[in-house]
Design a binder for this molecule. Structure first.
Ligand code: C5P
Length: 314
C-alpha cells in the first residue's frame, strides 16, 4: 500500500524542532503542474513541485496553534512518523563507557538503539534498563536460537527489561518461533519478536556451504513465511529482499533491515547492502545502522544525514 497523506508534520531534526505542516493543496496556479501529485509523500511532491515550478521550493505553512490539532491518520504507527524514529543505531562497542559516551554524543538526535551480543556480553542487562529508563527504545539483538522452552524463557527475560524489539533466528523452526511469539505476547511489555531470516553478511555461496541451495531470496521468503505464520511481529532481512517480502506478506509485519550503507560507504563484512533511500523506498520500516555512524568522524552528522535521507524517501 502506498503511504498517502495530504500534509506532513515537520518536527523532525532535519527540519528543526518547530511543529509545522505543509499543505499540499494547490492553488489554481499550481493545479495544472502538480495536481496529480497531491496525495504523494512530501518528498515526491516537493521534488516534482520544484522541478515543475522552475526550481522554486514548496513553502512550509506554519499555522499558530497547529500543535493542538490531531495528527492526520497515516498508514503506519505514530512512532514512525519521523525518520528519527525509524533509525536504529547499533551500539556495537565493547564497554559500558564507550556505549554511554556514544549515546550522550548522539543525544536527542537518536531515539532507538540496538544492543547486540558484543555489548550485552560485556556489560549485561543494566545498560539496557538504563537506556529504557532514559527514554530510549531498545532493540535487544541476541538472536536466540535454541529449543522452544529455552527460547521462550529467554524472550520472557528480555521482555522484562522493557525492550521494544528482540530477535530470534527463524531457522530455529516454527515450534521455536511460536514459543517465542507466545512468550512475548504473555509478557507485560509485549515486545515485538523479530525473526532473523538470512544474515545480511551472507550471500548465496555462503548458504550453499551450510547446505541451503535455495538461494538467498527464496530462503528469506521461506523463513519469513514461518515467522509470519507463527505470530512473530516482524522480520529482519536485507532491504534487497524488502520489496519481495512486502509483495508476499503485505504490510502487517515490521520489517527491520540491517546492512545499510550510505552511497559509497564501506560494506566491510556485509554482503547484501542497500542505501538508506533505497531501503525505505523498498518497504523497510526501520533501518539498523552501526559502523557508518559509530565509526564516523562525526557520528551526529552521520546519523542526521541518514535521518534526512529516510525523511526524504518516506
Ligand atoms: O556496522 P553495521 O551497520 O554493519 O551493523 C549491522 C548490525 O546489524 C550489527 O549489529 C549486526 O549484528 C546486525 N545484524 C546484521 N544482519 C542481520 C541481523 C543483524 O548485520 N541479519
Amino acid at each position: 500500500m502506498p503511504r498517502k497523506r495530504r500534509w506532513r508534520w515537520r518536527n523532525s531534526p532535519p527540519f528543526g524542532a518547530r511543529t509545522e505542516f505543509t499543505f499540499f493543496k494547490p492553488g489554481p496556479r499550481h493545479t495544472p503542474a502538480v495536481g496529480p501529485l497531491l496525495l504523494r509523500p512530501h518528498s515526491t511532491f516537493a521534488a516534482a513541485f520544484k522541478a515543475k515550478a522552475g526550481g522554486q521550493e514548496a513553502l512550509p505553512c506554519t499555522v499558530p496553534g497547529s500543535e493542538f490539532l490531531p495528527r492526520p491518520a497515516l498508514g503506519y504507527p505514530e512512532s514512525m512518523q519521523n525518520g528519527r524514529d525509524r533509525l536504529i543505531v547499533a551500539l556495537d562497542v565493547a564497554s559500558e563507557e564507550k556505549a554511554r559516551a556514544l549515546v550522550r554524543r548522539l543525544g536527542e538526535g537518536v531515539s532507538f538503539y540496538k544492543v547486540g551480543k558484543e555489548l550485552f556480553t560485556a556489560v549485561g542487562p543494566a545498560l539496557v534498563r538504563d537506556l529504557v529508563a532514559g527514554g530510549k527504545k531498545v532493540f535487544l539483538d541476541l538472536k536466540f536460537h535454541d529449543i522452544p522452552n529455552t527460547v521462550a524463557g529467554a524472550v520472557g527475560s528480555a521482555a522484562s527489561l522493557g525492550v521494544s524489539f528482540l530477535t530470534v533466528h527463524a531457522s530455529g523452526g516454527s515450534k521455536m518461533l511460536h514459543a517465542a511469539a507466545q512468550a512475548a505476547a504473555q509478557s507485560a511489555a509485549r515486545p515485538t519478536v523479530l525473526a532473523v531470516t538470512v544474515l545480511t553478511s551472507l550471500a548465496s555461496g555462503d548458504l550453499e556451504e551450510v547446505g541451503v541451495s535455495a538461494g538467498v531470496e527464496a530462503q528469506v521468503l521461506r523463513l519469513a513465511g514461518l515467522a509470519v505464520n507463527t505470530g512473530c511481529g516482524g522480520i529482519v532481512a536485507s532491504a534487497q529482499e524488502a520489496a519481495r517480502l512486502r509483495h508476499a506478506f503485505g504490510s502487517a509485519f515490521t520489517l527491520v533491515t540491517p546492512g545499510i550503507r550510505p552511497a559509497g560507504g564501506i560494506a566491510a563484512d556485509q554482503a547484501r547492502v542497500v542505501t538508506p533511500e533505497d531501503a525505505i523506498r523498498a518497504g523497510a520500516d526501520y533501518l539498523v545502522v552501526g559502523r557508518p555512524i559509530t565509526a564516523a568522524d562525526d557520528p551526529c552528522q552521520a546519523a542526521d544525514a541518514i535521518i534526512r535521507q529516510i525523511d526524504l524517501s518516506s
